[in-house]
Design a protein around this ligand. Structure first.
Ligand SMILES: [Zn+2]
Length: 162
């Protein structure tokens, strides 16, 4: 099982590199990521979270099929923003309200190497934006106010010591 890196690990702060080849190795890796994601009861997981600094992530929302986004670009964000509670497998069992655009359009390649464009709203738009941030070394705590971020990090560190 792939090991998920936790808050404080420097890799999580780094910008990931574009994927060069969408091959069998990458396909198998995305399957392993989906397994790690599900075993942690997550709905999204980005490659940097398992120590692979490349631009791809997986997600599966509710009864939807699993989705793979390789070399994604968010090409449109809605002007209206919504507040939604987020968590992260790299910051287990802690949640906070984060404000983000309510809808987005994303362009990416799937695990078969086919390009696609997807318009997403609701929880899917939320997961995509959260995972996309991971590719740029951004965690959801970085989108909170200074006070909120400090409080959350303190809670996380306290739990890690227990
Ligand atoms: Zn995350």
């Amino acid at each position: 099982m792939l090991k998920i890196l936790l808050l404080g690990n420097e890799t999580l702060k780094k910008t990931a590199e574009p994927v060069k080849d969408i091959d069998q190795d990458l396909r198998e890796y995305t399957q392993q990521m989906l397994r790690a994601m599900k075993s942690g009861r997550g709905i999204g997981l980005a490659a940097p979270q398992v120590g692979r600094l490349e631009r791809f992530f997986v997600c599966q929302v509710e009864d939807d099929e699993p989705r793979v986004f390789i070399n994604p670009e968010i090409i449109r964000t809605s002007p209206d923003e919504v507040i939604y509670e987020e968590g992260c497998l790299s910051i287990p069992n802690l949640w906070a309200n984060v404000k983000r655009p309510s809808a987005i359009s994303i362009q990416a390649w799937n695990e078969k190497g086919r390009p696609f464009t997807l318009d997403a709203e609701g929880i899917l738009a939320r997961v995509i934006q959260h995972e996309f941030d991971h590719l740029n070394g951004i965690l959801f705590v970085d989108r909170l106010s200074e006070t909120q971020r400090k409080r959350l990090i303190e809670q996380f560190e306290k739990r890690m010591r227990m």
